[in-house]
Design a protein around this ligand. Structure first.
Ligand SMILES: CCCCCC/C=C/C(=O)SCCNC(=O)CCNC(=O)[C@H](O)C(C)(C)COP(=O)(O)OP(=O)(O)OC[C@H]1O[C@@H](n2cnc3c(N)ncnc32)[C@H](O)[C@@H]1OP(=O)(O)O
Length: 365
């Protein structure tokens, strides 16, 4: 080795020591031992320390690592140390770049959702996990936009799911907060227009629409399940539509579809008496297509959906439309009626008291 290389190597060695301190991720014990051994070899030469006792595990491991370098020269040890640090720095910066780069196929322009198209599937993921994916006004509008995009793009199927531990806790009750007395009627009317449009987009969705219910589901996100073509649920999911508890009334065409799906008595337990169903109960009553163990839920469901999404796209679309077309007009009429009734409910004392009670409970915690 020439004097010039030795100089560079010494400089690199010092730089590497500084770079090592800046690493954010622990490189792991094996690498740390290698670094330790190379550092000792580079600064002190071959191992000259007495061998530690068998039970002094840490010192023994360090000694073994240093001793294993034998007669490696100090220059070579410095060089190898610098190379190892450099590889750790490169790996960390590559993984940071990967984390920062947008998810493959991710659609722009959404704040409350993550929308992606991959493997012929457009995935619409509720993304307010810290609010249990409660649906605020912006999110209603973004879901409408995402359904419009998914209906027109090249994907074969669309999937709705939730990010985090909840599927969705339904309507964000803040949609009813901070409304001045004189603005109540406007709030109710605007809310009904938005809701009708939202549910209308589920009724008219032209391709297979699949709900992947990853956790508890409440309110509006339960009722529109009747408008989805398939509902897969984790065994951690629950289904709750506490409308009378909230002084409200059913929406999402559930007043018509739930009795058709599960029979009038079971639908009444859910929609009138706030009965919360487990995933197994919802499956037995026909609202859920199949339940999967939570620990294999994502793997099993997405493998199945990818297989479905490789089927002929146009055949699936026309068949879905055939299955739904007889009911479409009826469903739009039901949607209009439900929104009309809800407009009145939102102006009722029963509803106002329930909302106040939710916020009072929160403020007491
Ligand atoms: C255009 C309008 C259309 C309206 C359509 C009609 C729709 C009707 C419905 O959807 S009715 C259903 C409404 N939803 C609820 O009543 C659920 C209310 N939330 C809860 O009961 C609980 O938060 C919970 C059971 C979902 C979760 O309980 P827990 O595990 O104890 O978590 P937290 O309560 O601490 O939740 C964390 C954080 O999120 C806030 N949050 C959760 N859900 C909602 C919600 N739906 N609206 C507003 N905020 C919600 C919760 O308050 C916590 O906030 P904090 O950290 O305290 O600030």
């Amino acid at each position: 080795m020439t004097a010039a290389t030795m100089q560079v190597s010494q400089k690199d060695f010092e730089k590497a020591q500084e770079q090592l301190k800046l690493l954010k991720k622990d490189p792991g014990n094996e690498t740390k031992l290698k670094l330790y051994a190379l550092f000792k070899q580079a600064t002190e030469g071959p191992c000259n320390a007495p061998k530690p006792g068998m039970l002094d595990f840490v010192k023994k491991a360090k000694w073994d690592a240093w001793n294993s370098l034998g007669n490696l020269s100090q220059d070579n040890a410095r060089q190898k140390y610098a190379e190892l640090v450099s590889s750790l720095v490169s790996a960390e910066s590559a993984s940071q770049k990967k984390d920062a780069s947008p998810e493959e196929g991710r659609h722009d322009g959404y704040e409350t959702l993550i929308v992606t198209t991959k493997n012929n599937i457009t995935k619409i993921m509720f993304n307010r996990p810290d609010r249990k994916n409660a649906i605020n006004h912006q999110m209603y509008r973004e879901i409408i936009k995402a359904l419009e995009e998914a209906g027109k793009n090249d994907s074969t199927i669309a999937v709705i799911t939730g990010n985090g531990d909840y599927y969705s806790s339904g309507n964000d009750l803040n949609n009813f907060a901070n409304i001045q007395p004189g603005e109540m009627e406007k709030m109710a009317k605007d809310g009904a227009v938005l809701l009708k449009d939202f549910v209308g987009h589920f009724i008219d969705f032209p391709k297979p629409l699949i709900a992947v219910v990853n956790g508890p589901a409440i309110g509006i996100c339960v009722t529109v399940l009747g408008l989805c073509d398939i509902v897969y649920a984790s065994d951690r999911a629950t289904f709750h539509s506490p409308f009378s508890q909230l002084g409200q009334s059913p929406e999402g065409c559930s007043s018509y579809l739930f009795p058709k799906i599960m029979g009038l008595a079971k639908a009444s337990e859910m929609l009138l008496f706030n009965k919360k169903l487990t995933a197994a109960e919802a499956c037995a009553q026909g609202l859920v297509t199949e339940v999967f163990p939570d620990n294999s839920f994502q793997k099993e469901v997405w493998a199945r959906l990818e297989a479905y999404a490789s089927l002929p796209k146009n055949s699936l679309a026309v068949s879905k439309q055939l299955l739904r077309s007889m009911e479409k007009e009826k469903l739009h009429a039901v949607n209009s009626k439900e929104c009309e009734v809800l407009t009145e409910r939102w102006l009722s004392d029963e509803c106002a008291n329930a909302i106040v009670s939710f916020f009072q409970k929160k403020s007491k915690l």
